[in-house]
Design a protein around this ligand. Structure first.
Ligand code: FA5
Length: 340
């Protein structure tokens, strides 16, 4: 017959000696597992002599109850101790102020692009996109610059390995796309996007920069509409204190053609360097859409006329904030970008 008192004493001593949760769980399976000693002792009741069976059974049950509640209590105590230990060693001060997230912001060019778009939205213009990778024909040919036209020299670009496929040098090819899409309906759109030029980088010229193309086509559109639109836009963007200068110019895809300048802030020490001593910075080219271009877009120049412009948002941002070097825009220097 199993000595129940000895079993209880031994189990209690061993339980008291358990130092951590793992030891407690090992104890539990030793005594209460499938073949654990306590369960074996309980099952042994059948082999006890009938006279002693009742008292043996009662004692075995008592021992089982008391050992199992002692185990539960020891386990709970051990869990509490483990929590205290981790609180003491892994200190977390919930009263400390949180770490500040560094918040991103919009690039100054994006801010200007959004401003330009909102001004033109007020003037009734829709926004369209056109591809940055173009074919030679749309970037030049359909804009009245056939192969070997000398004006192509003003817009040297990056060519892909596919002959005739290039990175657009201006947003003007978008004029052809939108005309062919909307013909013969009237058009009043802007086409913002990135352009690329293979040229000398200077404080006012980059090899990649944004442009916002504008195109208006309809019946009886005149140069007065172009001038009125440009002045209304510039007044909204720069305020009434800044001056606008409109000069005659030349583009193969407009006739007549103009260029528009804004006066550089007079008190800025970089004024001379950036304006080549003139006090003015050019922000856009514009003009009345050339009849050949109208025809290439599907419009009959005898019935329709239109104006177009192409402006540089980086130049505009330079003028708004007196930024003295266009190279700052794409150099990813946070000291510059965080100021906007
Ligand atoms: C053109 O690109 C013409 N397509 C503009 C146009 C459109 C004329 C429609 C008539 C009708 P231009 O090369 O001058 O023109 O560029 C227009 C504007 O883009 C410039 O006034 C300037 O603001 C900006 N720009 C031109 N080159 C650069 C450059 N390298 N870096 C930054 N901005 C530039």
């Amino acid at each position: 017959m199993i000595d129940l008192n000895e079993l209880q004493r031994r189990a209690s001593e061993e339980l008291a000696a358990c130092a951590d949760e793992a030891a407690l769980r090992a104890w539990n399976s030793r005594y209460f597992g499938k073949t654990g000693e306590v369960l074996v002792a309980l099952k042994a009741v059948g082999s006890v002599a009938p006279a002693e069976r009742k008292s043996y059974g009662q004692l075995a049950n008592q021992i089982k109850e008391s050992l199992s509640s002692a185990y539960e209590a020891a386990l709970a105590r051990e869990k509490e101790r483990a929590l205290e230990r981790s609180l003491a060693t892994e200190k977390l001060d919930v009263t400390l102020p949180g770490r500040e997230f560094s918040r991103g912001r919009l690039h100054p060019s994006t801010q200007t692009l959004r401003l330009i778009q909102s001004i033109f939205a007020e003037l009734g213009f829709q926004v369209f996109r056109s591809p940055e990778v173009e074919d030679d024909e749309t970037n030049f040919g359909l804009l009245n610059m056939p192969p070997h036209h000398p004006a192509r020299d003003m817009w040297d670009t990056f060519h892909t390995t596919t002959p005739g496929v290039l990175l657009r040098t201006h947003t003007s090819p978008g004029q052809i796309h939108i005309m062919r899409k909307l013909c013969p309906r009237p058009i009043r759109v802007i086409l913002p996007g990135m352009c690329y030029r293979y040229e000398q980088i200077t404080p006012r010229s980059e090899i990649m920069f944004h442009q916002v193309e504008g195109l208006v086509i309809g019946e009886r559109i005149t140069m007065a509409d172009l001038k009125g639109t440009i002045v209304a836009f510039a007044r909204r963007l720069f305020g009434l204190d800044r001056q606008i200068r409109i000069r005659s110019s030349y583009f193969p895809f407009t006739e007549p053609s103009i260029e528009v300048d804004i006066d550089w802030p007079k008190d800025d020490p970089n004024a001379d360097r950036l304006t080549k001593g003139t006090g003015w910075l050019e922000i856009m080219g514009a003009g009345m859409v050339h009849p050949i271009v109208l025809r290439n877009g599907g419009y009959d120049p005898a019935k329709y006329s239109g104006f177009a412009f192409g402006m540089g948002p980086e130049r505009i941002t330079m003028l708004r904030h007196a930024i003295d070097d266009i190279r700052l825009f794409w150099s990813n220097d946070l000291r510059f970008l965080k100021q906007f």
